[in-house]
Design a protein around this ligand. Structure first.
Ligand code: AMP
Length: 515
């Protein structure tokens, strides 16, 4: 692992990796704890190169706040990063980031609607300071993915908006809040708390928990949910609440009633220490992401799981076929990537999922039904060339996310759990040894009267394909850190399906999200 304090050092280091590899950034203020570690672990698992930035950003502290006494521990931070597989730490000075003494800097001002409520009302200028520095880090590092904690939910919403508004090619991934055994959200500022204060501080999470229980029993009204929380907070006089609110997680505007999801957020003081916490109250059916190597039985299992659970099978393959049909019919050369990106951006693709696996997914392009045409041998022969194009992939991933937003889908691929639906409720990594997959393939081939290849040759072919799939620059095969591995070596299709549906029912019972 390398440590850089200058921009030229870091940029030169990254230049070697930049070409077609994923670079993750985990921005932090140091004093790393297990909350940060969870972000870093995910980054290391999901990207090829992980950079952790450590910078106590003076722009996000008001003069009355704890900038000078904010904990700093570069030595132990370095050890933690190294042990987690981080490639580089970026620990610049304020001068390096161009915010030395001068007040005359170019600032990034997020929309007032996002900064005026919640923490913004108590920390004027805070989110402008965050946005200004995060933008600089994004420009210096140019990561492909950046990781942020849900604990700072307002920050997360603002960064997502910033990336959209500034057209940055960065994917923002959110990580669940890590907690102490007591439930207290882990924070660098917890160091300021005495033992008694630490105990008192758990009132925040306990109150959120009560709201969650009530939500699970069907309560959706703002007044009712807030009253439950407020009443409980009132039991600890030492907690001086700054705000308690129920807002939409993206717009951060107060909501009267939860339709699909709501962000219940609290901030307040215990002694001199300011603490924040929140919970997303979400009502949606689960997303099941099934990833794994080719030949592990993913597509059959995915269709069966959808059928058994009454969920929608999201046929991503049909989307790539649709684009291939569009390109072939437009007369464009299949290698004209820029023209294809433009064509696709202007096209209207409608994917109408089948109600049951026997029904085929209906596909319409610019209003024309192409459900049958996209299955023709001519399209089948070309689809992999189209699927290998970055712009196509990005646009279709956006479409898949839109379709999956309200849940209730099962979807398979190589990077569904890590990239397409990193927030999927259930992630399965379905695998089987190359030998077993070769045996299955040989059986299929022989049944079709196409024997003549040895088991050893097939195994080798499969191993080669696995290697290529895991190392391809676009959508490499990855097991998500929170995926459950299912090895189908000694299991029938029915048994694998049974296993996944059991995991789903178990998750449903526990309502997926707990504090
Ligand atoms: P900070 O160093 O406080 O600026 O935090 C750096 C990143 O870590 C931010 O994206 C935070 O949201 C995230 N983070 C801080 N505490 C936690 C936690 N307990 N669980 C998950 N993420 C966290």
């Amino acid at each position: 692992m390398q440590i850089f304090t200058t921009i030229p050092g870091l940029r030169t280091f990254l230049a070697d990796y930049r070409h077609d590899r994923s670079i993750a950034l985990v921005p932090t203020m140091g004093a790393l704890h297990k909350g940060h570690a969870s972000l870093i672990r995910r980054a290391v698992a999901e990207a090829e190169i992980t950079v952790v930035s450590i910078f106590v950003n003076p722009l996000q502290f008001a003069p009355t706040e704890d900038f000078s006494r904010y904990p700093r521990s570069l030595d132990s931070d370095r050890q933690l990063c190294e042990s987690l597989g981080v490639a580089a730490i970026f620990a610049p000075s304020a001068e390096t980031l161009g915010i030395g003494d001068s007040e005359e800097i170019t600032a990034v001002i997020p929309p007032i609607s996002l900064t005026s409520g919640l923490c913004g009302a108590f920390r004027p200028g805070h989110f402008q300071g965050v946005a200004t520095i995060v933008t600089r880090l994004f420009n210096i590092i140019a990561p492909t993915i950046a990781y942020f904690g849900e604990k700072d939910a307002q920050q997360l919403a603002i960064i997502r908006q910033l990336v959209r508004d500034l057209n940055l090619a960065i994917e923002i991934r959110a990580c669940a809040t890590v907690r102490e055994t007591s439930g207290l959200a882990v924070s660098s500022r917890n160091q300021y708390l005495s033992a008694t204060e630490r105990e008192k501080a758990t009132i925040i999470v306990k109150s959120l928990q009560l709201a969650l229980e009530s939500f699970r029993l069907g309560e959706r009204q703002r007044e009712k949910l807030l009253a439950i929380v407020q009443k409980n907070l009132d039991r600890v006089a030492e907690f001086r609440c700054q705000y308690l609110d129920l807002v939409h997680p993206q717009s951060l505007q107060p909501i009267e009633q939860i339709e699909t999801d709501g962000l219940l957020a609290i901030a307040g003081l215990i002694g001199q220490t300011r603490l924040i916490d929140n919970i997303i109250l979400r009502q949606r059916r689960a997303v099941i992401a099934i990833d794994g190597p080719a030949g592990a039985g993913k597509s059959t299992v995915t269709r069966l799981v959808a059928e058994k659970l009454g969920l929608t099978y999201l046929d991503t393959g049909a989307m790539y076929r649709a684009v291939t049909w569009l390109v072939v019919n437009s007369g464009l050369d299949l290698s004209a990537e820029a023209a294809i990106a433009e064509l696709l951006s202007l096209a209207k693709i409608a994917i109408i999922p089948a109600d049951s696996p026997e029904n085929v997914t209906i596909v319409k392009i610019n209003g024309q039904d192409v459900t049958l045409e996209i299955r023709s041998p001519a399209i089948t022969a070309q689809v992999s060339r189209i699927a290998a194009q970055k712009a196509v992939r990005q646009q279709l991933v956006t479409l898949q996310r839109e379709m999956g937003m309200s849940g209730g889908i099962v979807v398979e691929g190589r990077d569904i759990g890590t990239n397409v639906f990193p927030e999927a409720e259930l992630k399965i990594f379905l695998t089987a040894t190359p030998e077993e997959r070769a045996r299955r393939r040989l059986k299929d081939l022989e049944a079709q009267g196409n024997g003549g290849i040895s088991l050893a040759e097939l195994t080798q072919e499969i191993e080669k394909r696995d290697y290529l799939d895991s190392n391809r620059s676009l959508a490499p095969l990855r097991k998500a850190a929170d995926a459950i591995e299912v090895n189908s070596d000694h299991l029938s299709i029915a048994e694998v399906t049974e296993k996944i549906t059991a995991l789903y029912h178990q998750g449903e019972e526990n309502q997926w999200r707990s504090l």
